[in-house]
Structures are given as C-alpha cells and as structure tokens.
Design a protein around this ligand. Structure first.
Ligand code: X2X
Length: 338
C-alpha cells in the first residue's frame, strides 16, 4: 500500500533529519511578495544593470519568496508620476534624485548645491555618513524609506545644440532644460539663464524639437540616453553632483518581514556600491565615446561660475532655506561654501 505522505510531513521529516528537501515535482509556489521597482534611466545604464543583479540575488536568497519586477526607462511615466505612485503604494520602490525628491523633502536637494564638491573623495564619505543620514531621516518622516547607500548619477555637465558654454555670461538667456526641482531652477536663474522644468521622459524630444537649446546631466546619462544625437557641445562644468536614493514606500517596507527587509537592503546596497564603480570606470572612457559620436568637449574654469552664484546670493539664499544645522552638516564634508 502506498502511503501518501503530506508535503508538510515530508518537509518536517526532512527538516528533522537536517536534510534540505527539494521536491521537483511540486510546482514553484507563487512568490509571497511580488513587488515593483521603477526608474527613469535606459536599461543599458549601470543603474539598471546592477539593479537586475540585486533582484536576481534577492529572489535566490529568499527561495523565490520575494520577486521584484523592474520597470526601467520611464515605462510607468515621468518622475513626477512615479513619485506619486510610490507614495500611494502603487509601486513599492523607485530610484529618484534627491533634488527632485526635494519637492516633498526640501533638504533632500542639499547635496546638489552648485560647485559644492571637489571630487568623489568628498561625496561618498558625506552621503554614506552624516549628510546622508541627515537626509534619510527627513525622508523617513515623509512616509518613505531610503536605503543606506545612494546610487551614483554623477557630476553634471552642460550640453548645448546652439553654442558652446565657456563662461557664465554664455548662459545669459540660454534656454536650458532642468529637472523639476526648485534648486535646479534657482541655480540657472542665478546664471541669468532661461531654465524650463521638464521631466527626463520628455528631454530627448524637447531637445530634438528645439523647445530648449540645452540640458545638463552626467556623462553616463548623456551617453546611455543618446543625447549626443540632439546635442553638439559638452561643457565640463561639473557644476553639481547628484545621486539616486533607492526609495521604498514606508508602509510597504514595514509590512515586509524583518528577514526579508534585511535581504533586500543588503543586496540593494551592495549593487549601489557596484554601480558606483561602474560609473567611475565609465567616466574614464565616455569622453572618447561621446566624441566619437560627434560631441565637442569644452574645458571650463569653474571659478567664475561659482563667483556668479555667490554674487547672485545663491549660497546665502539656500543656506537660509535649509537652515544652519543642515548647512553645517554639508560644510563638514565640503568645507566652507559661500
Ligand atoms: O532628470 C535628469 O536629468 C536625471 C536623469 O539626471 C535625473 O534623474 C535627475
């Protein structure tokens, strides 16, 4: 007589014997947690390459209990749309620049202060240290949760289809696209430019149809989003460093088991570090790549740009908006800004 033992009794017997039971005849159960993650960069960008690795490791390390589906390249809408989806819980995860997040969490744009950073040697001790912790605490208060390690967007460069930008005066009246963020608009108004807030999902077409003359982004975004097809000049201003916070809907995050949260955070943070290395390595070759695509690189002296911001009262204005406490945390890592 065949004794049909229940799946549970087989599992218990196996567990008791210290065996790991694999029952190929049992179809894999649906994941306990099916989650959604959205972002705004092309699938070829290092952010998506490393995020995919993280999701694969999370699925494997949870034995299939957790599956996080990636919706890259603005598939779910603009940054503004996706932030609303994250806040409502329609998606559980979203990577977003702190400067755009600042429409909800004002201090989240502080790392984007113009010409604040000399190099990555200053950026990561700040973002992985006291400045990142300060910002993340404010993000938590807004009902979201930011993973400990920010991902790298990069040092931003100004591009143009009409004329090379060599000095601050070249920005006078320049029709430049900026992401939807008060800090970005403020900075380019301080240069007497004509900034227009446009979500990244619309940037290529806005440049192609000449709605704007230029935009500003790190080399990796310019390359992987193929902006070289609609831009001619690239001025190496390094006017801002910007990153991506890997954000979770706060209620959804707390609704996960603690062991699941630990696996997700560990793997996302590891991929953030891997992605930072990718961007750093890519920056060593992207100038040649973009030049081969027809872009003309212009070396720029940052000093007159920084002086113009100071003369326009930009630093004083934003120190007042963030408050002395936040500004002190920033200057602990950047040195005096004024
Ligand atoms: O919108 C941009 O320019 C981008 C892609 O760099 C950000 O997400 C801030």
């Amino acid at each position: 007589m065949t004794i049909l033992r229940s799946r549970r009794s087989v599992l218990l017997a196996g567990a008791a014997a210290g065996a790991t039971i694999t029952m190929p005849w049992v179809a894999r159960a649906a994941p306990e947690f099916s989650l959604k993650y959205a972002n705004n960069v092309p699938t070829t960008h290092p952010l998506n390459v490393r995020a995919k690795e993280a999701m694969d490791r999370i699925k494997a390390q949870t034995n299939g209990r957790v599956e996080i589906e990636i919706f890259p390249n603005n598939q779910l809408g603009s940054d503004t749309d996706m932030l609303s989806q994250l806040r409502s819980g329609a998606i559980e995860f979203f990577t977003l620049s702190g400067l755009i997040l600042s429409t909800l969490v004002p201090v989240a744009s502080i790392n984007g202060i113009g010409f604040a950073w000399g190099s990555y040697d200053q950026v990561w001790p700040a973002m992985d240290g006291g400045l990142g912790a300060y910002i993340r605490a404010q993000i938590d208060k807004a009902g979201l949760h930011a993973m400990e390690q920010a991902w790298d967007n990069g040092f931003r460069q100004i591009t143009s289809s009409t004329r090379p930008i060599k000095t601050p005066d070249d920005l006078s009246g320049f029709k430049i696209r900026v992401p939807p963020s008060p800090l970005w608009t403020s900075m380019f108004k301080a240069f007497d430019a004509a900034p227009t807030s446009i979500n990244f999902s619309e940037v290529y077409s806005a440049l192609q149809t000449k709605v704007v003359e230029g935009q500003e982004n790190p080399l990796a975004v310019i390359f992987f989003a193929k902006l070289y097809e609609v831009q001619k000049y690239l001025s190496q201003t390094n006017h801002m460093w910007d990153g991506f916070w890997f954000l979770a809907n706060g209620k959804a995050w707390q609704g996960l088991h603690a062991d699941v949260r630990d696996v997700i955070a560990k793997n996302l943070n590891q991929s953030a570090l891997d992605q930072r290395d990718d961007v750093k390595k890519a920056n060593d070759t992207l100038q040649a790549d973009l030049t081969s695509k027809g872009m003309e690189f212009i070396k720029v002296d940052p000093a007159p740009f920084r002086a113009k911001l100071q003369a326009a009262g930009f630093y004083k204005e934003w120190r007042g908006k963030y408050g002395d406490d936040a500004w002190a945390v920033l200057e602990k890592f950047t040195g005096p800004i004024s």
